[in-house]
Ligand binder design. Sequence first.
Ligand code: SAM
Ligand code: SF4
Ligand code: SF4
Length: 363
Amino acid sequence: MTTTEERRGAGGGARRLPATGALADRLGRPMRDLRISITDRCNFRCVYCMPKAVFGRDYAFLDRDELLSFEEITRIARVAAAHGVEKLRLTGGEPLLRRGVEELIAMLAELRTPDGRPLEIALTTNGAALAVKAASLAQAGLTRVTVSLDSLDDERFQAMNDVRFPVERVLAGIDAAHEARLGPIKLNMVVKRGLNDDEIVPMARHFKGTPYTLRFIEYMDVGTSNGWSLDEVVPSAEIVERIGAEMPLEPLGEAAPGETASRWRYVDGGGEIGLISSVTNAFCGTCNRARVSTEGKLFTCLFATEGHDLRALLRDGASDDELAVAMGGIWGARADRYSEVRATLTPELRAARQKIEMSYIGG
Ligand code: SAM
Ligand code: SF4
Ligand code: SF4
């Protein structure tokens, strides 16, 4: 177990780097949100993300020494905060599988923005371990969780996670997170036509009037293992239409700059839903998200084919200032807008692009 003093010396949050000013990429977008994948492993085998045929018994996951250590993650996050990042999101793989995740959260909770504010620390999880871990995560300093939930039908849910994990344990985890004040909690449902689109309205009905905000995500062509095709995407406009036909909806304004979801509220005051239209209404123009893979590569787009090796820099003894210059240079050169150009690519060109897997880089 690392002591607080050791953490401070080895990359903890107390020491602050000088502010680097307004960092902007080639399209004028700032870096505000850093998503960090802390494991490439998962206890689920969701059919659209880690299909068993690819991620089976023989799949070579990363060795422990290939993963970024907690100190390395904290150093990268601290430099990112100096560059303007205000929000961290831990993801994976399944982030709750990383041993000692609470210790990492406690280290990240010590970080501050250049003007002295703590960073928001969110985590995206499949919810399997939440019932057990919600209280300790909150105590460590986690701000909130987003839980993935693609179905309420137990048979369907078990088939989709492909490890026979029952849905009621995830629902219990969501309630435990709410009790631990890890909210406002967002629930993400990836919608794939023919797989779970018949649950759009039942899911909306179930969570209407609860403290949870359900968000529908268009199925994306991330990675190369899921054999994506455009016919499987249910456009957000169709989702709003289907729900609205039964429970009238009206549009709400944007929550925050760079917000990925468009928001709608029930006319009768039953709360709101979100739509993440990565395919039919790309939001690259305001995309302020950077991603760090489990082995320390910085990616400037979810659909990037290559990352920048920050781990090599760290392990070669780079100082924080050198790391800051490298990260600033990478962000400054960024011109990614894959979702905006996707429609112009032929299926062959899309297939030829060696994109990284969602389980490696997180959502
Ligand atoms: N294991 C955690 C979980 O499931 O929440 C975190 C990592 S998971 C890769 C992050 C999010 O990516 C999940 O909400 C998942 O549903 C979503 N996702 C995975 N593959 C996707 C795809 N092809 N299209 C859209 N979302 C996807
Ligand atoms: Fe695991 Fe999350 Fe991918 Fe499902 S979506 S296989 S829970 S990483
Ligand atoms: Fe951001 Fe890339 Fe997604 Fe566009 S495609 S919103 S640039 S991550």
